[in-house]
Design a protein around this ligand. Sequence first.
Ligand code: CKP
Ligand code: MG
Length: 311
Amino acid sequence: TPYLVTVGETLAALSASQPGPLSLGADLRLGLAGAESNVAVGVSRLGGRAVWIGRVSEDALGDLILRELRAEGVTALAVRDPAPTSLLLKERRTAGHHRTRYYRTRTAGAGLTPQDIPEDVVAGAAVLHLTGITPALGDGPAKAVTRAVDIAADAGATISLDINFRSLLWSEEEARNALLPLLRRCDLVFAGVHEARLAVPGTDDPGELARGIRDLGPSGAVIKLGAEGAFALLDGQPHRQPAIPVRVHDSVGAGDAFAAGYLAELLAGEPPEQRLRTAALLGAFAVSTAGDWEGLPRRSELALLDHHDDN
Ligand code: CKP
Ligand code: MG
């Protein structure tokens, strides 16, 4: 069966269970975050095979990451690293306002090197999925991503990139310089409007952004428009995908969910319309539930939001 490989950093997420200022103390829930592992879990829940490659700490948090990913059916190929796991601290300042902060310097995930990328595993993948977060973690992770792309390109795998710009990790200028050479080698790019503008400056128009990305090399460009859905240009064909209307609980993880839905259907050999429909459904599950990936559906659960409105 065809499988997806992704390379990145999984973080420990500490989330306040009740709204209110963290400065007063709080009950915190310990879970996982990380764009690449979010995608791997999303694909796995839909019945696809997913492999996650990364470094994890040698302590309980590293064990937690591996145990949780494996429980979700993801093949986790991890090098253990003496450095600590990155933390993501999530404050719920009010019911509707989340604030996050990274504790993300000199951590295990950022210790990734090109030697950590198993050539046979990447060469055998149908899809290599990357995000713009991994190259932002440092020189080692950036080189590891390039190594994975070299292997996948030689093997003829579909190379997918979610730009996932993180202003807490680098500037727009740094991101553009690092991600443009990567983007040119990809087959499929996912981006929000602001993210797409890093590659295609001077317009907010989804069609122009998608064509601009296509002109850089990728045959597929998916511009995510939040509550307005998505616009995709796939092998020259335009597609419009409306969002599934749901009550927004926590929008973090929506982009990863969308990519997971799309890529799971790509692995399953489904046509563009179904890839985009499932992508929108997974995005809706992610925003209407707490956590970045916990609320993602199994295939049998897609019908819960299909043709329904839970408002
Ligand atoms: O673009 P998304 O909201 O789908 O990404 C969310 C993830 O990896 C989240 O899990 C977080 O830990 C991160 O992006 C990140 O490093 O910012
Ligand atoms: Mg995103």
